[in-house]
Design a protein around this ligand. Sequence first.
Ligand SMILES: Cc1cc2nc3c(=O)[nH]c(=O)nc-3n(C[C@H](O)[C@H](O)[C@H](O)COP(=O)(O)OP(=O)(O)OC[C@H]3O[C@@H](n4cnc5c(N)ncnc54)[C@H](O)[C@@H]3O)c2cc1C
Length: 377
Amino acid sequence: MSTRVLILGAGFGGLELASALSEALGEEVEVTLIDKGEAFVFGYSKLDVMFGRTSPEAVRLAYRDIAKPGVRIVRATITAIDPENRRVSTDGGEYEGDALVVALGADYDMDATPGLAEGGNEFYSVAGAQRLAELLPTFTRGRAIVGVCGAPFKCPPAPSEAALLLHEYLIARGVRADCEISFVLPLSSPVPPSPETSAALVQAFAERDIEFLPNTRVATLDPARKVAVFDDGGGLAYDLFLGVPKHRAPDVVVAAGMVDDVYVPVNPRTLQTRYAGVYAVGDVAAVGVPKAGVFAEGAARVVAQALIAQIERGEQPGEYDGRGSCYIEFGGGRVGRVDVDFLSGPKPTGTFHEPSEALVAQKQQFGASRRARWFGD
Ligand SMILES: Cc1cc2nc3c(=O)[nH]c(=O)nc-3n(C[C@H](O)[C@H](O)[C@H](O)COP(=O)(O)OP(=O)(O)OC[C@H]3O[C@@H](n4cnc5c(N)ncnc54)[C@H](O)[C@@H]3O)c2cc1C
């Protein structure tokens, strides 16, 4: 009988894992990939949707287009996980695996920031980005705050990109002189593992007259007064608030007892959880790497290699190296890149590549290659 691998979540991690297993093992493996959604959307596409560069429909990659040997896609919401027995319940039935991989990502905790739902906007979901695409054209004067409500959050450079792209957007609409932009971040610098990248971003903010407030978290919004209140007691009045909500593990993972602190503890080298045959990859796992697709993908490859080695009784694979590259939109048709390495040395390091037009093409290629590998087009 072929080995049954149950993958929970068809995001960056789940899609890469299913693809790698299918590629190596074909029908020798029985992969069941469960997701509640109909389609995958790259994180960075949300910025494109928000600034009206594209539509939500254009960036959706439908799961029904996936046709891979050995892989079955199930559209269902996972309602319970039994990690001891590698079994899950969904609104469409029960599933069981010889191996279980949790790749359910991170959810947004809007309630953790009182006032955010009523008085602000988030741009981290497709729905939030879509709402902003309608709202942004009405913003013509006053202060916009790009504010982060908790760390860690997905894709550390994304709020910096939002501030830079907002600047560009307001210029294009001829209203930049009537608007102020403030960027509130609970980290000491935009990309802490890479001082060079951070310096380039801080310089870009200064050149564009974007006020940067590091080491500051947005704790609450007061919608009546239109004030963002910070964790240090300070605050700033706003006319438009673009927020990154606090993140947390999905409720179903917490209810399963898999979470110790906020995310699922794993061996960072093997991604194994404390349950036999159960792994966690990507944003849901506490690995010590940033919450970004490239890291979810890298972790999924290591789990794929381990499962392939088990099934084929081959050599055990290498360990997860915690390396990845992130592209950063600077506006003006230029993209930078930071290559980070989280696990090789005593502390994380990062190498910066100056924004250029060549990197725009490289970023497009990054998306196109995943689309082709995961969705076959
Ligand atoms: C604005 C923005 C920009 C970004 N830019 C980049 C970038 O440039 N590069 C980069 O590498 N990363 C980027 N990211 C981060 C990236 O999107 C995430 O880190 C990545 O998607 C994490 O992959 P994952 O597999 O862990 O989870 P996800 O991709 O979030 O996938 C989790 C899946 O689980 C499903 N799911 C959750 N709960 C359930 C349930 N109960 N039942 C069934 N299914 C469920 C969800 O529907 C989802 O499809 C960005 C993110 C944002 C928000």
